[in-house]
Write a protein that binds this ligand. Structure first.
Ligand SMILES: [Zn+2]
Length: 575
């Protein structure tokens, strides 16, 4: 036994010595039979996958990874057991912070563009696991609301890559304590996989009331359950043809349904009032979304599903046509949820910064319509910290690799294509106005969005103004965030009560922005807008009709790396 272990360690070392390219293969086809036993928290999978060598070198080893709480049972090539070594592989791509990695030794090298079909079997449990978060210092109580994936007796929800490797993947190790490493690893995977075909037969068995497993793919047809005395088995066939941007997930719970014209709501027992709050919010948001983004499509053309999560504090998650979220009776939360999802059914773009960015932007504008600009800015402020963190991490990367760039137009980093894009749309709207922006969006055709400057041209066609400087600094290149500083403020009393305040604003960051300047006076205030280029200064003279008191640069509508140098208190003005 001891000898065997030594041998295995040696095998492991040998395998590692050959420097495996873990991202050489693209998984082009999945055909999986997934059996779930909620009472045991168990998952057992048998199936077939096809992989293609997309690297430039022939490959002798095939890495296959699943969550570390699952174990490999069999791997076969051409009907014969394959030679493989299974080892734990540390990676924060999975909620457990590790993967069970099988390194399959192929009988002969797979040449570039060559494909290989593999029969696989693996099983194990998927319990709640917050290891990857607690080991970087997140308190367990907080962590469980974001890494909520589990197969549980009363409730099951399991997301795919980035959360739980419940289907085989292959990626280089990702580390949560290294900036955007997890997001970037997921992004590289998704960039390889949009054309992948995935067919999953989900079945769930146990005792008591049958629950049909839900998934976020196209319902494949068979959706059934069988009950034999107390035991039941439910089946749902799910297809992703192709996978696109969707992260496959499954959910099992004792749901009731509420089908609205624009959304199907699945809610947990006794939560009908909350579901009704959401149903109402969806109905009320339709006119707003239609006015901004076009017709809200009804199912089955655009099937939008909201599925309740059992943890009332769980962080919501959306992928494909499904949103997983706790349903509470807070109508404000219901409103912004509804407006986001409806924007997706009314407006589609293959570019995440447009698709998701506009859905978040819609939330802010809807909030503004209900409770004013400040309320919208406060809502946007919830995105500021995440965005500043992501930009800081990118800054560190750039300092090591000056060529690194994470432009908004091509990024797969969520904090950028959601939070940064939200601000970009808001700034564009502040510059060009509602009417021009709505017209530009109405002219948008996803199939025509093939050139980088397509969106810029659509907006410029409405405004006849040059937005090149803005798109350069915010969309086509990642120049980080601006940092405005009130460099000098000179108030002059011209005559009587009239004053002129000359303000110099310095932008210490690299991204240009048109930023609001607010002059607060003894009576009232006046807001001006000033364009300040990156690493430059700009001067503006503002007339005051009563004694000027203070100047504030940026009302929060422009994301900044440092907001602590944005206020200047004016002492007695010079005469
Ligand atoms: Zn969305």
């Amino acid at each position: 036994m001891k000898f065997l272990r030594v041998l295995c360690v040696l095998c492991g070392l040998l395998v590692q010595a050959r420097a495996i390219d873990r991202e050489a293969f693209t998984f082009t086809n999945y055909d999986l039979d997934v059996r779930i036993e909620p009472e045991q928290q168990r998952l057992a999978v048998r199936g077939k996958i096809i992989l293609r060598n997309d690297s430039v070198a022939p490959q002798k080893n095939l890495p296959l990874q699943i969550s570390s709480s699952l174990g490999w049972r069999s791997i076969e090539l051409g009907g014969k057991p394959a030679q493989f070594v299974s080892q734990p592989y540390t990676s924060d791509i999975d909620h457990t912070g590790a993967l069970s990695e099988a390194i399959v030794t192929l009988p002969k090298e797979i040449p570039p563009k060559g494909a290989v079909e593999v029969e696989i079997g693996y099983e194990g449990i998927i319990p709640l696991d917050v290891t990857r978060l607690t080991r970087i210092g997140v308190p367990a109580e907080v962590a469980r609301h974001s890494d909520w994936d589990q197969i549980g007796q009363s409730f099951t929800a399991v997301r795919g890559i980035g959360y739980v490797a419940w289907y085989p993947i292959a990626t280089e190790s990702a580390n949560l304590s290294e900036g955007n490493s997890v997001a970037e690893t997921v992004a590289r995977w998704r960039a390889r996989e949009p054309q992948a075909q995935m067919k999953i037969k989900l079945s769930d068995s146990g005792e008591g009331t049958p629950a049909i497993p839900l998934c976020n793919g196209e319902a494949g047809g068979v959706r059934s359950y069988e009950q034999m005395s107390r035991a039941y088995e439910s089946v749902n066939e799910c297809a992703f043809q192709p996978l696109g941007e969707t992260v496959p997930l499954f959910v099992i719970g004792g749901y009731d349904g509420l089908d609205e014209p624009s959304v199907n709501l699945s809610y947990l027992p006794n939560h009908r009032p909350a579901a009704q709050t959401y149903a109402l919010a969806f109905r009320l948001a339709v006119p707003f979304v239609t006015e901004w983004f076009g017709t809200v499509k009804a199912p089955p053309k655009a099937r939008m599903e909201v599925v309740e999560l059992s943890d009332p504090e769980a962080a919501p998650y959306e992928s494909g046509s499904m949103l997983l979220a706790p349903l509470n009776s807070d109508s404000q939360v219901a409103q912004i949820t509804a407006v986001h999802q409806l924007t997706h059914t009314a407006f589609f773009s293959p570019r995440p910064w447009i698709d998701e960015g506009l859905a978040h932007f819609a939330q802010a504008v809807y909030r503004e319509q209900a409770s004013g600009r400040q309320s919208a800015l406060n809502f946007m402020g919830l995105h500021r910290a995440a965005l500043a963190e992501a930009e800081k991490a990118l800054d560190r990367e750039r300092s090591q690799n000056p060529g690194a760039d994470e432009s908004l137009i091509s990024t797969s980093i969520e904090d950028l294509y959601r939070s940064k894009a939200l601000y970009v749309w808001w700034m564009l709207r502040d510059m060009v106005g509602d009417v021009a922006l709505k017209k530009a969006l109405a002219a948008y055709r996803p199939e025509d969005d093939t050139t980088l400057s397509y969106m810029q041209q659509l907006i410029e066609a409405q405004t006849k103004s040059d937005l090149g400087w803005f798109f350069d600094d915010w969309v086509y290149r990642d120049r980080g965030l601006p940092d405005f500083k009130l460099a000098t403020v000179y108030p002059w009393e011209t005559s009587g009560n009239a004053h002129v305040v000359t303000v110099t604003v310095e932008n210490l960051g690299n991204a240009a922005a048109e930023v609001p300047l607010i002059l607060k006076m003894e009576e009232g205030q006046v807001t001006k807008r000033l364009l300040v280029r990156g690493k430059s200064k700009a001067i503006i003279r503002i007339e005051a009709i009563s004694t000027p008191r203070e100047i504030v640069v940026n009302d929060g509508s422009v994301p900044e790396s440092d907001m602590s140098n944005n206020l200047y208190k004016i002492e007695a003005p010079a005469k």
